[in-house]
Design a protein around this ligand. Structure first.
Ligand code: FAD
Length: 408
């Protein structure tokens, strides 16, 4: 294809397509190169998001993309203790991630974005210290896509960023995840997602069961070390609660993929370049949720790209406004969640058992329901800590984690 565009976006994931849609909607000529032959495939994500977050992003989704809605969550300790957070109406939903990516790409295409599939960006085109496009491997040949600006939405691999020498995501905070489709789940409330805590089943993260109304579910977990397939096997066979619910389940499909929990990379712009989504690690360190934050940042990237086109200024100085804007929106929450993630990682299983016991005794689920925002957890934490009961439990967890002999 070759040619010159206003903006080249690397990666046709949800963040790449959404930033492309935003820039094209404002009037830019945008092309997306995606290494796979089909948008949304392979799938790697559970697709669990807050309904308020989707509203904030401004995406109205066709019904078939939403697989189920939830009024709350139930948290299980390693020994099977539980506590529940429940709201009066649905607060989260689970999306079919393949259909979500396809939908956003379709809308972008209708806004004039061109998609090049089976087109792998191999390197940035750099001239006089400015990114001025990408070199793409396509149909066995190499082509140059020249552009005024590149938006890097390549996901966790950060291969292109490494080549240009920008600091990439914090590998010490990356966990290895498995996402499985299972059938025949029993004893799961359709209104709740299930979260399984504890090092024994998911060291450095947690496991989940996200039910659908047809009796199937998404089951997954992430681990800091070891093979996530072995941990999934252990959860399905040995967990005192999950093993009963999954006793008759068959894994019908699964995928392996990293989740980046370290908070955003220090610099998400350069001359002629913006970085969005997982590539920028705009992901909640507590839950690994990257869809809502990634989309919010992608919209800002698309807007700033267009402003740069209008001003004909693609310098790092001009593009730094992208980082200022997304930081203002989610910077505090990312930092607070990173600290919380580190604290959670230090908790041994017996302490998680005691904390979950305390939470259910003192009704912390109810407190969180009153004052929590599921996406902006940093700001919610500040409000939670103003509640005496929550504060006592938080202090207990914090100090017990510090004194734990087997800190991770
Ligand atoms: C198991 C698991 C479960 C998750 N569950 C949730 C959840 O429930 N809720 C939530 O909010 N988040 C979840 N996440 C995180 C979420 O999936 C990511 O934050 C989100 O997908 C980020 O979108 P993205 O567009 O930045 O990256 P990606 O979705 O990874 O897209 C990157 C795209 O770039 C393409 N690409 C890469 N390199 C190149 C190249 N050189 N040239 C061309 N194309 C390239 C890839 O093929 C891919 O299509 C989960 C992640 C995992 C691993």
């Amino acid at each position: 294809m070759g040619g010159k565009f206003d903006v080249v976006v690397v990666g046709g994931g949800v963040c790449g397509s959404f930033s492309a849609l935003t820039a094209a909607g404002l009037g830019g000529e945008v092309v997306v190169c995606e290494e796979h032959g089909e948008i949304g495939v392979p799938r790697h994500c559970a697709g669990h998001v807050s309904i308020s977050g989707l509203r904030r992003v401004g995406l109205s989704l066709p019904k078939e993309i939403v697989e189920n809605e939830f009024r709350g969550a139930v948290f299980y300790s390693p020994s099977g203790r539980q506590f529940v957070i429940e709201c009066s109406s649905p607060v989260t939903c689970v999306l079919n991630r393949e259909l979500l990516d396809k939908h956003v790409a379709d809308v972008a295409e209708r806004a004039g974005v061109r998609f090049l599939l089976k087109s792998r960006a191999e390197s940035f085109l750099v001239d006089s210290n400015f990114v001025k496009g990408v070199v793409v491997g396509r149909k066995g040949t190499r082509e140059t896509l020249a552009s005024s600006l590149v938006i890097d939405a390549e996901g966790c691999s950060s291969a292109l960023l490494k080549k240009i020498g920008l600091q990439t995501l914090d590998r010490s905070m990356v966990v290895h995840a498995i996402q499985a489709e299972v059938d025949m789940v029993k004893g799961v409330d359709m209104d709740r997602v299930e979260v399984y805590l504890g090092r024994r089943y998911a060291p450095g993260f947690f496991a989940w069961i996200i039910p659908r109304s047809d009796g199937s579910a998404k089951v997954g977990l992430a681990t800091k070390f070891g093979d996530p397939r072995e941990y999934l096997n252990r959860l399905m066979r040995n967990h005192p609660v999950a093993s009963k619910k999954l006793a008759s389940s068959r894994v019908t499909a699964f995928s392996l993929h990293p989740i980046t929990l370290g908070g955003a990379i220090p610099r998400t712009y350069w001359n002629g370049l913006l970085v969005v989504g997982d590539a920028a690690s705009q992901v909640k360190p507590t839950t690994g949720g990257g869809i809502v934050f990634g989309l919010l940042c992608s919209r800002i990237a698309g807007e700033v790209a267009y402003e740069a086109l209008e001003s004909n200024d693609f310098s790092a100085g001009f593009l730094s406004r992208y980082q200022s804007r997304w930081r203002e929106l989610i910077g505090f929450d990312l930092s607070a969640m990173r600290q919380l993630r580190k604290m959670l990682n230090r908790l041994p299983d017996d302490r998680i058992d005691r904390i979950i016991g305390l939470c259910s005794k003192f009704g912390v689920g109810r407190i969180l329901e009153e004052i929590g925002d599921l996406d902006f957890q940093g700001k919610s934490l500040v409000r939670v800590f103003q509640h005496p009961t929550a504060l006592i439990i938080a202090l207990y967890s914090f100090f017990s984690s510090l004194t734990s002999p087997d800190n991770m």
